[in-house]
Design a protein around this ligand. Structure first.
Ligand code: ADP
Ligand code: MG
Length: 505
């Protein structure tokens, strides 16, 4: 099958004062192809997309459509007219208008005047794309995932040949991601070329045909998905040799031999109101273990039960061998347990507060709000951890919301490390952050464990868990279905444990 290019970008240059954001980048997108654009934060992905969509004007280089016509794109309207559409992570539609209105607003004169026809047309498109929404429904009444699909439907209906999805899955659950992928595949079958920007490696391998990797504003290469195994992709993005990454693995392995024997935390028949089956669990001093399983399998619910973040409705818990009651986070904290939640936007950061205030928050809660730290004390804590974790911030006074996602995550990690926990629970600490910070956090986990901290680590990326954990608890359908350690710690054993065991029916 000969591939026809819908889009070619050649030798694209773009500089900002003091930064060469793109240095002669080539990018080719073919018809009916889903193409991942990958690279660490700052690699130039957004700049390339903004050049393509007319938000920025390129300094040099050429853009061709359909393999022949050179085009000039100076505004988003130019891009739209040429069939290049973008759906951003933040949905830019109007929630209080109907689905159909959102699909047609700002388009051909008259479309909005004939309501009947507009609704009928919209329903036809929604149906053809299998999008679970009605034209007349208010957009706000749709889930975020469906709203995103409506945004895509709008783009597609505008004769789009090139669809750009910039981190569309960050706020979706697994079910919604599956629906979005189906939609992407349908569009691909209709010949649309899709550029997919994401931090989730699993998703790249699930849905993409090709990968283009950028690093420091330069093209690293374009690869067929089958030719670029994950580890290689990561090393291309990082620009580091594989050795740096296998290093991490050997650290995790070495730990197992000097396994300590005491249980820092132990639970029997622990059950919460979040719909997980009662489960047994323990962790030893200096151990890194993890919960693995598909998204939605109940991993987070298990650790939330351990920390008392959900309502605990049954089970016995021991900390350092002593029976204790943990039904609220504050009780867990007083027993030396710390928990970094999955959704840092919802449960984690306090956006308007400074980096310093965010860092000292958990320690302040433990001490009691009536005994506030002095500014000097707070500063000392904040400065220490900003340095330790390499948090990139102008100062400790900077509002945390102005930091990048990876640096916000490090602040939350600092918050919990400051409480000097005996047992640290990290739920998706590396989700949606750049690869460099990911590796920093993995290394930190192993270092803390080597100093005696016990850590439970959850990540959707199994290779990350294999690198850090010496024992994995496998979940399926809200139930613990297996445990892997030693030689069993492989990608394929995880898969077969998730897939295997008792049958569902
Ligand atoms: P990515 O999307 O891969 O994270 P970007 O394209 O956003 O990377 O950024 C590439 C480089 O260009 C970074 O060094 C970034 O700081 C810089 N940059 C991006 N946009 C601007 C801008 N509007 N002004 C100045 N520098 C910018
Ligand atoms: Mg970007």
């Amino acid at each position: 099958m000969k591939e026809k290019s819908v889009l070619e970008m050649r030798g694209i240059q773009k500089s900002f004062p003091g930064v060469r954001a793109l240095q002669g980048v080539d990018f080719t997108l073919c018809e009916g192809e889903i193409h991942a654009l990958m690279g660490e934060n700052g690699a130039g992905k957004s700049t390339l997309i903004k050049v393509l969509t007319g938000v920025y004007t390129k300094d040099e280089g050429q853009i061709f459509l359909k393999g022949k016509d050179e085009v000039n794109i100076h505004s988003p309207q130019d891009a739209q007219r040429l069939g290049i559409s973008t759906v951003y992570q933040e949905i830019t539609l109007c929630p209080n208008l109907s689905v159909a209105e959102n699909m047609y607003i700002g388009r051909t004169e008259g479309a909005l005047q004939n309501w009947k026809k507009m609704n009928a047309d919209a329903d036809k498109i929604l149906q053809s794309l299998d999008i679970p929404a009605k034209a007349s429904q208010q957009l706000a009444s749709c889930s975020i995932a469906v709203q995103q699909m409506v945004a895509i439907a709008r783009a597609v209906d505008m004769e789009c040949k090139v669809l750009i999805l910039d981190e569309p899955t960050s706020s979706l659950d697994d079910n919604e991601v599956a629906k979005l992928f189906k939609l992407m595949r349908d569009l691909k079958a209709k010949g649309v070329g899709i550029i997919f920007v994401t931090h989730f490696l699993d998703q790249v391998y699930e849905v993409c045909d090709k990968i283009t990797v950028l690093r420091d504003g330069k093209l690293v290469g374009e690869y067929e998905i089958a030719d670029l195994p994950r580890v290689k992709l990561v090393s291309k993005m990082l620009g580091k040799e594989m050795d740096d990454l296998s290093d991490i693995k050997s650290e995790a392995k070495a730990y197992e031999e000097k396994d300590a024997s005491e249980y820092v935390f132990e639970a029997k028949n622990l059950q919460s109101n979040a719909g997980i089956k009662p489960f047994d669990f323990y962790i030893k001093k200096g151990e890194v273990n993890g919960f693995t399983g598909l998204l939605g399998s109940g991993r987070s619910e298990c650790v939330r039960a351990i920390f008392g973040a959900d309502t605990v409705i049954g089970g016995e818990v021991k900390v350092d061998g002593k029976s204790v009651k943990i039904t609220k986070p504050i009780q867990a904290m007083k027993n030396g347990i710390a928990y970094l939640p999955e959704d840092r936007k919802l449960d984690g950061i306090v956006g308007d507060l400074s980096v310093r205030e965010n860092i000292i928050l958990a320690l302040q809660v433990l001490k009691g709000f009536f005994k506030p730290f002095t500014k000097a004390e707070a500063n000392k804590f904040a400065e220490e951890y900003i340095k330790l974790l390499g948090i990139k911030t102008a100062s400790a006074d900077t509002p945390i919301k102005s930091l990048s996602g990876g640096n916000q995550q490090k602040c939350i990690l600092a918050r919990w490390l400051l409480t000097k926990p005996e047992y640290l629970i990290l739920d998706e600490p590396t989700r949606g952050i750049d690869v460099g910070t990911k590796v920093d956090i993995q290394k930190l986990v192993l270092k803390l464990a080597s100093e005696g901290m016990s850590i439970t680590f959850i990540s959707s990326e199994t290779d990350e868990m294999l690198r850090t954990c010496s024992r994995l608890i496998v979940m399926r359908d809200r139930k613990v279905v297996g445990e892997l350690k030693g030689d069993e710690l492989t990608q394929s054993m995880i898969m077969s444990t998730i897939a295997g065991g008792e049958s569902e029916k």
